[in-house]
Design a binder for this molecule. Structure first.
Ligand code: CMP
Length: 503
């Protein structure tokens, strides 16, 4: 459906065309009338201010009067035709403009293209109409013989033409559109408000208007953050050294996700930028829904991080020179340490058959290790001489499948892994990856040997568990087990005994 505006314009256009065509067709009649034998006297009265007697004496009409009349009417005809062309061009441009608004996702129909193409049409139309009225006047010298005129006009319009051509190049390239945020080196940043054939208007974030000509703009480096695109920002902060990085990443990312104008289509990235002099230097990269509000969003993110750190008792690393008095690392008395590990080992059902002394002996020989999220604790195919008990965190067990890593099991606190390789001497059967920050107790072969000697039941229960895990592994590998479960168990027990040199 045509809009009321379009209908109004179409109505006026039709009326205008009708009137102009009427005038154009009337001109020859009037001309004929003025030049006819009947009228010349009156013609002369009007044209030359003669009296009727003087005019009558001059009849029939003189040649110069006829020529003047002829020129007059030709000019009127040229003007009327040009008016018709201008009206038609403007109406068609309006129709194209409407179509461009409807069909295009970015409806900026350039006023520059409209202006330039209209001028070209006007010039061509003028030459055609002029030639029609004065077929005898050669127009080609106007193009060929106008070198000097061209130079003069060219020099006078150097700036304007420079802007015009830079504007045309910019329109062809379309490096930015109205609504985009642009940063122009040494000039400033703001939102593009209009693009014309002379230059660009940019509304700065201080609500000022920056007007830059196309010729100048063409020489600048421009950074564009397109409207409707998810543009990213980076905000910096720092923390003292002793906070767990993975915990910091987790809580800051969650806090940033909650901030208005941060898109939920892409997860914010929180990462360590540098191991700085005063602490860890961090950056958080996030994507905005509306880039024009990046100053407010950056500020809100900093504010949320401040409050978050207050709640979580995390300190920012203040810049400055911090003198550290040498201090012995906090020394937990060895017996307290061992007690803690013993408690942790007591939680593991596998070690339930062990006596208190044996558990303590095992705790004594084990070491605490901490792993970052995503870090591999053991890798498939490697040789392994230790097993691990999870004290804090979670891991996933993975095997390769069709070029991907498939997770075949997940283990959490008080679970253990790495026993297969440790006990049988075979390479690691799978990779074990920390899902989150994970702390484990590492137990080496030497520590287990005396315990196995005294606890045949322990060997038996470990074999059962190895058996269960083997079944899952062979199912995943789609390998038919050649031996029965009973034979396999005997074989595993045998290989454990051989490996540890047990009788
Ligand atoms: P190991 O072969 O030494 O190294 C990889 C470890 O992954 C393996 O010991 C087991 O502890 C563990 N593992 C293998 N298969 C499974 C499974 N199906 N479920 C849980 N853990 C497993």
């Amino acid at each position: 459906m045509a809009s009321p505006e379009l209908r109004r314009k179409a109505f006026f256009f039709v009326i205008f065309v009708a009137v102009t065509v009427l005038l154009i067709s009337t001109v020859p009649v009037v001309e004929l009338w003025l030049q006819s034998d009947v009228f010349p006297k009156f013609g002369l009265v009007f044209a030359k201010g003669w009296t009727l007697t003087e005019a009558s004496a001059d009849v029939p009409m003189n040649v110069s009067y006829a020529n003047a009349l002829d020129t007059c009417f030709r000019i009127i005809k040229i003007l009327l035709w040009m008016a018709l062309v201008i009206a038609a061009v403007r109406f068609i441009a309006y129709l194209i403009l409407q179509a461009a608004y409807r069909n295009s996702a970015q409806p900026e129909f350039s006023s520059l293209i409209k202006t330039v193409s209209s001028i070209v049409v006007y010039i061509i139309a003028f030459f055609i109409i002029f030639q029609a009225q004065y077929p005898g006047v050669p127009l080609s010298p106007l193009f060929t013989g106008s070198t000097i005129l061209g130079i003069v006009v060219g020099l006078a319009l150097q700036e304007t033409l420079g802007n015009l051509f830079a504007g045309i190049a910019m329109q062809a390239d379309q490096p930015f559109q109205v609504g985009d945020v642009v940063s122009i080196t040494s000039r400033g940043t703001g939102v593009v408000e209009s693009v014309s054939w002379r230059g660009v208007k940019i509304r700065t974030f201080q609500n000022k208007l920056l007007i830059i000509s196309n010729a100048v703009l063409g020489k600048e480096t421009i950074e564009v953050a397109p409207k409707g695109n998810l543009n990213a920002r980076v905000v910096f902060f720092n923390t003292e050294y002793h906070y767990s990085p993975s915990r910091t990443i987790q809580i800051v990312r969650e806090a940033v996700r909650q901030v208005d104008n941060v898109t939920n289509k892409i997860r914010p990235v929180v990462r360590i930028r540098d191991l700085g002099v005063n602490g860890l230097d961090w950056e958080v990269k996030y994507w905005l829904e509306d880039y024009t509000k990046y100053n407010d969003t950056d500020a809100l993110i900093r504010q949320r991080i401040w409050y978050l750190f207050q709640r979580e008792k995390i300190n920012f690393a203040f810049p400055g020179l911090v003198l550290h008095k040498h201090q012995e690392p906090e020394t937990i008395p060895p017996d307290v340490k061992i007690n803690r590990k013993t408690e942790q080992l007591n939680e593991v059902s596998l070690f339930a058959p062990l006596s208190d002394d044996e558990t303590e002996q095992l705790a004594n020989a084990s070491k605490t290790r901490i792993y970052a999220p995503g870090e591999a604790i053991v890798r498939k195919g490697q040789d392994g001489s230790s097993m691990f008990v999870i004290i804090r965190g979670a891991v996933r067990v993975q095997v390769p499948e069709n070029g991907y890593d498939k997770t075949i099991g997940r283990l959490g606190e008080s679970d253990f892994f790495g026993e297969m390789s440790l006990l049988t001497g075979e390479p690691r059967s799978a990779s074990v990856i920390a899902d989150e920050e994970t702390e484990v107790l590492q137990i080496k072969k030497d520590a287990l040997k005396p315990i196995f000697e005294n606890n045949p039941a322990l060997v038996q229960s470990i074999c059962e568990l190895i058996d269960e895990r083997r079944v899952v592994l062979s199912e995943e590998a789609e390998v038919e087990e050649e031996e029965s479960p009973a034979t396999r168990r005997v074989r595993v027990i045998g290989s454990i005994k051989r490996f540890f040199g047990l009788r």
